[in-house]
Write a protein that binds this ligand. Structure first.
Ligand code: NAD
Ligand code: WQD
Length: 335
């Protein structure tokens, strides 16, 4: 298929492009580089042997997007482009609503106008808010707790209504749990701008000596060691699920929503220990109060993804840490 990837130079998009390309799909990227570097394109070329066609444009720019669609004539769209920081979304909620929701509406309009009927959409476990219990299935109540999560829920709802109104449009909504790790080459990975908000990139920077210690947000949760438990998933496993989702849309011809996680939760301290083993570095810790809005435990029931996509995660926590550390060592300042 010819696939247009919005946000394709970002963390998850770039890894997904390596999987799409290795499985014979043609890829075109649209990215405004608000959180990515064009250098990713060279890395993709050296990893895959193919330099993807890319367009620098904002998905909210309807005229630009329309002309990209007319030039590329995609069979399907994978839509990663979004702002993704929970903390920043409290500081600039309108920017998040506009970038994520307006951007998605413009994309859906242009898809409609150009007759593109297949969409894979990046959603997030954030739509479950404070889950009542774990593992979390796709039927769990949806109740978001921050403006970023709100954008994901609204976009899921818009896409759901659109698919209900027009059966020829098919969407795969993928709810990621906690993506971590990097491409095994060490040439693609996560490049947070400013101090990392997420655990794995923060640990990487402590191990590299860029930060003195890791703040552990809360050790009084109702978990085995008191620290927060999450379902970390290797970004290459996540990448593979996108190509599988495209295949599933082609074969089953109907829309679906699936969780993408391993189904196994690890605590902050377990992740730290695994990282210390993988890197041979000590991670000094400082215990602090809970972070506002955090839940104690959050991990997926991934059985629907196994049924729908034939997909299960393959990489374990050790491998997530090894690959994240390789990326950190090879590219200490990000891309
Ligand atoms: P990222 O910031 O690395 O990638 C997003 C890409 O989209 C960037 O390259 C950015 O430049 C681009 N972009 C943003 N707004 C745009 C716009 N208006 N027009 C064109 N390009 C735009 O983020 P990521 O971690 O790769 O996340 C990809 C998707 O997955 C996002 O939708 C995010 O909400 C979702 N997600 C991420 C996580 C995570 O922890 N990384 C978890 C769950 C869901
Ligand atoms: C993991 C655990 C923290 C940093 C976020 C978004 C979610 C999704 C994925 C996009 C928690 C603890 C963290 C630190 C710590 N993104 N922690 N010290 O919060 O599960 O999910 O990213 O959709 O929407 O909310 O991930 O990596 O921030 O935290 O102790 O410096 O690590 O308290 O228990 P989270 P995270």
């Amino acid at each position: 298929m010819r696939v247009l990837v919005t946000g394709g130079c970002g963390y998850i998009g770039s890894h997904t492009i390596t999987d799409l390309t290795s499985r014979g799909h043609e890829v075109a990227i649209v990215d405004n580089f608000s959180n990515a570097s064009p250098a990713v394109l060279e890395r993709l070329a050296s990893i895959t042997g193919v330099r993807p066609i890319s367009f620098q444009a904002d998905i909210r720019d309807r005229a630009a997007l329309l002309s990209i669609f007319q030039e590329v004539r995609p069979d399907a769209v994978i839509h990663f482009a979004a702002l993704k920081s929970v903390g920043e979304s409290w500081e600039q909620p309108l920017r998040y609503f506009d970038n994520n929701i307006t951007g998605t509406i413009v994309l859906l309009q242009v898809m409609h106008e150009c007759g593109v009927r297949k969409l894979v959409f990046s959603s997030s476990a954030t739509v479950y808010g404070m889950p009542e219990s774990c593992p979390i299935s796709e039927d769990a109540p949806l109740r978001v707790t921050n403006p970023y999560g709100r954008t994901k829920l609204v976009m899921e709802e818009l896409i759901g209504d659109l698919c209900a109104a027009d059966e020829s449009l098919q969407a795969a909504v993928l709810r990621y749990f906690n993506p971590v790790g990097a491409h095994p080459s060490g040439e693609l990975g996560e490049s947070p701008s400013g101090p990392p908000a997420n655990l794995m990139p923060y640990i990487c920077q402590v191990a590299a000596g860029r930060r003195e210690y890791l703040n552990v947000f809360g050790n009084d949760y109702d978990t085995a060691d008191g620290t927060g438990v999450r379902d970390y998933i290797h970004v290459m496993d996540l990448a593979r699920a996108h190509t599988d989702a495209l295949d599933a849309l082609n074969t089953c011809g109907e829309s679906f929503t699936v969780n993408l996680g391993t189904g196994r939760g690890y605590s902050v301290l377990e992740l730290v220990k695994a990282f210390e083993l993988a890197s041979g570095r000590l991670i000094p810790l400082r215990f602090c109060p809970r972070r506002a809005g955090d839940v104690g435990a959050c991990y997926a029931d991934p059985s629907r993804a196994a049924e729908r996509l034939g997909w299960t995660a393959q990489f374990d926590l050790a491998r997530m840490c090894e690959d994240a550390w390789r990326w950190q060592c090879r590219h200490p300042n990000g891309i």
